[in-house]
Design a protein around this ligand. Structure first.
Ligand code: PLP
Length: 384
């Protein structure tokens, strides 16, 4: 990962976060995950401001905590769900069904029926057997064909498993129509944590091709779903992530390629919730082995650091202590050597009970934590 050598942008932010951690430590046992509402709002407004033509549907899999869903409902967000259980969560929090997209291209018959009963009409698909299932269980549903697009440079690849070949898009949409469904448009996903804007630009070009073909065949398409993938910084001094620049390029492409009456939606997950999260852990014990300090934390890869496995994520570990730094290793609390977080952190010497915290860890962390492996509970999530 490329780094620049300039100091962190805002020392202010660091001390603000550390003061918040100190005050929360007085009331809560670690590990805990702070989700800052102000940052949820900042990210949501950033998205709205940079892509004003694009309606964001928060992909709740990134972090499905009810408090987060409720917060986004207040901001006026729409939602992307992948199952009946996620749909229940969002509807239960008070979102109207018209603001939900069922964006899993493979859905069970039961989940499809649930969507119909609850009035969720908009969904994605990428294959013909799914169309027959939709036609049977939710006739008249509005469908977007998900096409396979380049995921070059994205940290989490999604096109290996999903997406029809774009030259099949038109055929599948026409098929949807003959089966009594309402073909609405095209969706894609460039892969998660996509720092390469070319993926979006190429996907939009492919989509425009399908829109043109549809027009020529008297099929009026209305919606383009540009998916998720919008990247965030995980490290203070990381370079190469520039949402504002990406968004302006995407916006220009949208304006060049599509008519004004086409509606755009997106499914951001990580971008909206990642920067809001601060995970706070404590050192349970320490030892010296392999010529370095080993610190054992009360949270690990089985719980809130599960993103290191499933999300291929790396984090910046920070301490509340200052002073000379030593090469150190960090490990989780379980009896598995795999539960190792880092073998080469440069951090000050720590003692049992000292804090190690990680910022920008709100997405794909607690969402994929196991419940209680080895008896270690995941972090309590606290909205602040
Ligand atoms: C995971 C996922 C998202 C969210 O992706 P991010 O990279 O977190 O923005 C959106 N849409 C679909 C279909 C997904 O599978």
């Amino acid at each position: 990962m490329p780094f620049n050598l300039s100091p962190p942008k805002s020392k202010h932010d660091a001390s603000g976060v550390e003061n918040l951690i100190r005050s929360m430590m007085k009331k809560h046992r670690t590990p805990f995950m702070l989700i800052r509402r102000s940052v949820l709002e900042r990210q949501y407004q950033r998205f709205r401001k940079c892509l004003p033509e694009v309606t964001p549907y928060y992909a709740i899999k990134a972090n499905p905590h009810p408090g987060i869903i409720k917060t986004f409902i207040k901001f006026g967000a729409s939602f992307d769900v992948a199952s009946a259980a996620e749909m229940k969560e969002v509807l239960g929090a008070g979102a109207p069904p018209s603001k939900i997209i069922f964006a899993n291209t493979i859905k069970s018959a039961e989940d499809i029926s649930f969507a119909r009963k609850r009035g969720v009409r908009l969904m994605t698909f990428d294959n013909e057997p799914e169309l027959y299932k939709l036609a049977e269980h939710t006739p008249g549903a509005q469908v977007l064909v998900r096409i396979k697009v380049a995921n070059h440079g994205s940290v989490v690849e999604l096109s290996l498993k999903f997406g029809a070949d774009s030259d099949q898009g038109m055929y599948l949409l026409r098929k949807a129509k003959t089966l009594g469904l309402v073909p609405m448009g095209v969706s894609f996903h460039v892969g998660s944590q996509s720092t390469n804007v070319e993926n979006y630009l190429q996907a939009l070009e492919m989509t425009a091709g399908i829109f043109k073909e549809a027009r020529e065949n008297a099929l009026a398409l209305k919606i383009v779903d540009i998916g998720g993938g919008f990247p965030i910084q995980h490290f203070d001094n990381e370079v190469g992530v520039n949402f504002e620049r990406m968004a302006s390029q995407i916006r220009r492409e949208i304006k060049t390629l599509f008519d004004k009456n086409v509606k755009f939606i997106a499914e951001p997950g990580r971008f909206l919730v990642g920067p809001a999260g601060v995970l706070v852990t404590q050192v349970m014990g320490r030892t010296f082995r392999n010529n370095k300090n080993y610190y054992y934390l009360n949270d690990g890869v089985y719980a809130d650091f599960s993103g290191m496995v499933f999300d291929h994520c790396r984090y910046e570990f920070k301490t509340l202590r200052r002073g000379q730094k030593f090469l150190s290793a960090l490990a989780g609390p379980t009896c598995d050597s795999f539960d190792t977080l880092s073998l080469n952190e440069e951090i000050p010497e720590l003692y049992t009970g000292d804090v190690i915290y990680v910022k920008n860890i709100g997405a794909y962390s607690c969402a994929s934590a196991t419940a209680n492996f080895n008896g270690f509970a995941p972090a309590k999530l606290i909205l602040v």
